[in-house]
Design a protein around this ligand. Structure first.
Ligand SMILES: [Zn+2]
Length: 432
């Protein structure tokens, strides 16, 4: 038996991320970066020593760290006063280093990053893994693979000229170009490839055989493929090609969903993104009524599609699209999707919590390792002051967190450079 100091969390209500009913917990023990014990102390446990760190969680709620399946880090910097080139590789790296601390301090201990600028997100992941930066566990993509008319192809100019080097999308207009870009990104060390179909899903911009070619190439490199697919035919093609995750899928028909269910991949509807556009679009993004109406319609279609997907047993993942634009502040919206799942889809709060914890573990390549508080799992734990089963919006209030533990370490939330998130909830920081 090791004598290394432990982290002991005593008392508190445990919501362990498995979907099991909450229980009054007497003791969670963490040794190194793993959870080693959950439940009453037993004879096999060595007694508490003065070297152990003890957290008294009486009256509090102990959950696994949240997992956000759709969180951009380097995608958008906006206009920052005094910075001439916010989109340079150098500034993107600084921006990303600052942003990931805010994500972690919102109780989010793992994220999937579906697309960004340069190879900034790969570098930031390496810096976090190497202990240079404090941040969530990250699985990251590079630039999104898009062809003319895709959501990452700037519209209208310079669409026919090619994407600039600092764009978050890279033009691939032939099957060979899709394969070449996939190989290039795999060589640099991405964890996933992001394919980008059309913005609204009204047309399918990426051909069936292009999607299939990317899946074949990426999977041979043990890299996942995710797709922005709102349309009916693109969702069907993505399912048949065997992508690992479909984002949005709001225009998928019941027949399309039958194909998705048979193929076995999850859908992440990303309701938070259009919700922010509807609620905050005018102020933060300068959206006109026409765009807002379209987003409202997208939301309504998404709600019904997700109910249809659940009827078929399709796993529903939770992602916020944080970092997509200035209104999507890092640290602010990660818990919003859970609220929309409950209030608009009709999930029980426990199901929404599972979607934001163990349900998202596979997409961050950590199934069985994170997302639950059980012996053997990595110690990513958040202790909340209030009960998210009674009020799911608790998960949107980092100022109601009393402790964040990632990889067995308590995060110092007052550390220099990372002001507490409660100082800037939801403010649209920059106009775009
Ligand atoms: Zn996105």
């Amino acid at each position: 038996m090791s004598n290394a100091p432990r982290l002991l969390i005593k008392n508190g209500t445990l919501i362990d991320g498995s979907g099991r009913d909450p229980i009054m917990n007497t003791l969670i023990a963490v040794e190194g970066n793993r959870i080693t014990h959950v439940g009453p102390a037993d004879a096999a446990m060595r007694p508490q020593t003065p070297d152990d760190t003890v957290i008294n969680a009486t009256g509090k709620f102990i959950l696994p760290g949240l997992i956000d399946a759709h969180c951009h880090i380097s995608l958008h910097q906006g206009a920052v006063p005094g910075v001439r080139y916010t989109s340079s590789a150098e500034f993107c790296a600084l921006w990303a280093a600052r942003s990931i601390g805010r994500v972690l301090r919102a109780g989010v201990t793992s994220i999937a990053v579906p697309g960004g600028k340069w190879f900034t997100d790969v570098t930031v992941r390496e810096a976090v893994d190497g202990g240079l930066l404090e941040g969530p566990r990250m699985v990251v993509g590079g630039r999104a693979l898009t062809n003319y008319g895709g959501i990452f192809d700037p519209d209208p100019y310079p669409a026919y000229q090619g994407t600039p080097d600092d764009a978050a999308g890279v033009l691939c207009n032939t099957r060979d170009a899709f394969i070449t870009e996939t190989r290039k990104q795999c060589k640099r060390g991405v964890d996933l490839i992001k394919i980008a179909d059309s913005t609204w899903g009204d047309v399918q911009t990426v051909a069936d055989d292009e999607i299939a070619a990317v899946v074949d190439e990426a999977h041979r490199h043990n890299v996942k493929v995710v797709i922005h697919s709102r349309g009916s035919t693109s969702t069907r093609a993505a399912a048949k090609a065997g992508v690992d995750l479909i984002y949005h899928a709001d225009l998928a028909s019941e027949e399309d969903l039958d194909i998705v269910a048979k193929a076995g991949m999850p859908i992440a509807p990303v309701l938070t993104s259009p919700w922010i556009g509807v609620e905050h679009g005018a102020a933060a993004r300068g959206f006109g009524d026409r765009v807002r109406d379209r987003l409202r319609a997208q939301l309504d279609t998404s709600f019904q599609m997700i109910r249809n997907a659940r009827d078929r047993g399709i796993p529903v993942l939770s992602g916020s699209d944080t970092g997509n634009a200035s209104a999507f502040s890092h640290g602010r919206w990660h818990g919003k999707e859970a609220e929309l799942f409950v209030k608009e889809i009709g999930m029980m709060p426990m199901e929404a919590i599972v979607a934001n914890t163990s349900g998202n573990a596979a997409i961050v390549n950590l199934a069985g390792e994170v997302g639950m508080i059980t012996p053997g799992q990595l110690a990513d734990i958040v202790i909340w002051d209030n009960d998210p089963l009674a009020d799911i919006t608790v998960l949107q209030r980092p100022n109601e967190i009393s402790a964040i533990i990632k990889d067995g370490k308590i995060i110092d939330r007052d550390a220099a450079g990372f002001p507490l998130l409660s100082e800037e909830p939801g403010r649209a920081r920059f106009a775009i």
